[in-house]
Design a protein around this ligand. Structure first.
Ligand SMILES: Cc1ncc(COP(=O)(O)O)c(C=O)c1O
Length: 371
């Protein structure tokens, strides 16, 4: 089946006993043994509830992976992978541009647990090559990288990292399975903040890991999730399944509008960062590595530093000023002020998450606010 079919039908996840085309939300935390006291398929729901398991099957199919695990958030998924895989003495490479909360957590985690850590521009292959060590256990990649949208060559980084036996994890939150297939390019693990496009409606916090192989590393991650319990609840898993059914329609529409806005704003002299623009320094790589468009995220630089950026946001009537991304409603955010003193984000940058509104309304609102 093509991914659009997998997503729309959620892999035919119907309720077998009744034939209901929408799967039930299983709220039970425990499962009765049979009359002979033998356990059934399931014994306890912490990490074995049929509703999250249904979402995991869809996630694995969409990413072309061997298996998937859901988590209570994207950060829960990210930290579970890193903690399960890294031990004292190991070395980790993380990206210079990427989700800032993970960067802060990694610094604290690595310092506390004796894990060496280098922050590297992963879009620069020579820099990745120089940073790799025989002890490198994990290379974290985010592409397109939030909020300035650099592109990392997943296949090339995977080849370099595998040369020293390191695991490559790709945060594919902004690319989504619609635009990218990191596992086919050589990634070992894919991470999603499913809070964003996969859920798609700004109403569920969720995270996911998808693995290329059900190997020993994957078993470590599953064990950590089993033991520590950062699992997705059944109601959240239901919302995630529901959101994924419209993933392709939503993301393709957001991407088309993002491309339109990027082109229209550029034509009006606005500085735009978007991998779909030929002026993006890595447009050719993005075109090779991504498919069906370049995603619904872009950033503009308005000049005049943070005061001007705040001023533009305050004038908007259609765009909502809020953090997060990937929902049906368009959001705008001044990342420099939210990322704190160590931010690398330019003060005049505004990040745009393009939703499903009419593209003319979105453009007019921005043009009015900018003028
Ligand atoms: C690219 C990216 N990765 C990971 C995360 C973390 O996800 P969550 O908020 O679901 O923990 C976010 C959240 O904003 C994100 O934007």
């Amino acid at each position: 089946m093509k991914p659009e079919t997998v997503a729309a039908q959620a892999l035919h996840s119907i309720d077998e006993p009744t034939g209901a085309v929408v799967p039930p939300i299983h709220l039970a935390t425990t499962y009765a043994r049979d009359a002979g006291y033998a356990p059934r398929d399931r014994t306890y729901a912490r990490d074995d509830n049929p509703t999250p398991v249904a979402a995991e099957r869809v996630l694995a199919a969409l990413e072309g992976g061997a298996a998937a695990l859901t988590f209570a958030s994207g950060m829960a998924a990210s930290t579970a992978a890193i903690r399960a895989l890294c031990k004292p003495g190991d070395h980790v490479i993380s990206p210079r541009v990427g989700y800032y909360t993970l960067r802060g957590w990694l610094e604290r985690f690595c310092a506390r647990w004796g894990v060496a850590h280098d922050v590297v521009d992963t879009s620069d292959l020579a820099a990745v090559g120089r940073a790799l060590r025989p002890t490198t256990r994990l290379v974290w990649v985010e592409t397109p990288a939030n909020p300035t949208w650099e592109i990392t060559d997943i296949a090339a980084v995977a080849e370099l990292a595998h040369g020293v036996g390191a695991v490559v994890v790709v945060d594919s939150t902004c690319a989504t399975p619609v635009h990218a297939q990191p596992i086919a390019l050589g990634a070992d693990l894919v991470m999603h903040s499913a809070t964003k496009y996969l859920g798609g409606h700004s109403d569920v916090l969720a995270g996911a890991l998808i693995t290329a192989r059900a190997d020993a590393a994957w078993a470590e991650i599953a064990q950590l999730r089993h033991d520590e319990g950062p699992c997705l609840g059944p109601f959240e898993a239901y919302l995630l399944l529901r959101g994924m059914r419209t993933l392709f329609a939503r993301v393709e529409r957001s991407s088309r509008t993002a491309q339109y806005l990027a082109e229209q704003l550029t034509a009006r002299g606005v500085t735009v960062r978007y991998p779909g623009l030929p002026s993006h320094p890595q447009h050719a790589l993005a075109a090779r590595q991504m498919r069906r468009g370049f995603g619904g995220m872009l950033s503009i630089q308005v000049g005049g530093g943070a005061p001007r950026a705040h001023d533009v946001v305050k004038r908007l009537r259609v765009w909502l000023a809020a953090t997060s991304l990937g929902g049906v409603e368009s959001l705008i955010e001044h990342r420099h002020s939210i990322e704190g003193p160590t931010t690398l984000t330019p003060p005049d940058l505004l990040r745009l998450s393009v939703g499903l509104e009419h593209e003319g309304d979105l453009l007019d609102d921005l043009v009015t606010a900018l003028s």
